[in-house]
Ligand binder design. Structure first.
Ligand code: KIV
Length: 279
């Protein structure tokens, strides 16, 4: 792993060199520091924070102020990784001016280096406006969680052929529209691997997959899914590389037990008494 700062142009270089891009979400200082130290190329402050951190059913209630709040924490920890902040629902769909102002806030106040928007053809003009003022834009197609009500849930997209929203040919058009509008990379979420491969081969910019099989130029996961930081089961595409929920539960249980038994704090956890003045 190179120690050098990862910048937007590096992702294109990695695609050309067929070097897989690694991306994880983070929402606070300690986890951002761990991921940065461990060589994660891109840290995303995702609007998944609504679900993963706040326990909501979907991402729709997340605000720009909340993404800024979390992005600033991550920015303080991050040294090497590229820092991308999500644009939450209705922060970019109303009009391009609004979108530009909100993207600017994520950069100025949150210290993000790029922003991510969900959608394709329908938001291409907005992507172009943001990219035109040199705020790098990452796109996001396929299962776009902000479209949960249209999709009828967090459902795999691109299984059906056609040009309607969420259909196979339309998703390829969406990716091409994002590239033409100046996006520097595209998250491809929740589609069959063959479609992710076709999108990856159709665009010159890198694709970063989640639940999209092995053929994207990189992979992204929500940190809670990687760390096993959930009580219920993880989605099929996610792999827990640790079991932090179990570890944290064991630690909290042991703490409760020791305090109740007056086993903690022990003498080694106590400060010494004040020393007597020597004569
Ligand atoms: O909000 C998020 O965390 C995301 C990733 C899952 C790509 O959009």
């Amino acid at each position: 792993m190179s120690q050098e700062k990862v910048c937007v142009p590096d992702l294109a270089r990695m695609k050309a060199a067929r070097e897989p891009i690694t991306m994880l979400t983070a929402y606070d200082f300690p986890f951002a520091k761990i991921f940065d130290n461990c060589g994660v190329d891109v840290i995303l402050v995702g609007d998944s924070l609504g679900m993963a951190v706040r326990g909501e059913d979907n991402t729709l209630a997340v605000t720009v102020d909340e993404v800024i709040y979390h992005t600033r924490m991550v920015a303080r920890a991050r040294r090497r990784a590229l820092l991308v902040a999500d644009m939450p629902f209705l922060s970019y769909q109303v009009n391009a001016e609004d979108a530009l102002r909100n993207a600017g806030r994520l950069v100025k106040e949150g210290r993000a280096e790029a922003v991510k928007l969900e959608g394709g053809v329908a938001i291409a003009d907005t992507v172009a406006r943001i990219a035109a003022v040199d705020i790098p834009v990452m796109g996001h197609v396929g299962l776009t969680p902000q479209s949960i009500h249209r999709m009828g849930g967090h459902r795999v997209q691109g299984r059906r052929s056609g040009r309607n929203a969420g259909c196979r040919e339309r998703l390829i058009e969406d990716a091409l529209a994002l590239e033409a509008a100046g996006a520097f990379a595209i998250v491809v979420e929740g589609v069959p691997p063959s479609l992710a491969r076709e999108i990856t081969e159709s665009v010159a910019i890198p694709t970063i997959g989640i639940g999209a099989g092995p053929d994207c130029d990189g992979q992204v996961l929500v940190m809670h899914d990687v760390l096993g930081l959930y009580e219920s089961c993880a989605p099929r595409f996610a792999k827990p590389f640790a079991r932090l929920w179990d570890d944290a539960s064991a630690a909290a249980t042991a703490y409760v037990r020791e305090v109740k038994a007056r086993a903690f704090p022990a003498p080694e956890h106590c400060y010494a008494e004040a020393r007597r003045a020597s004569r």
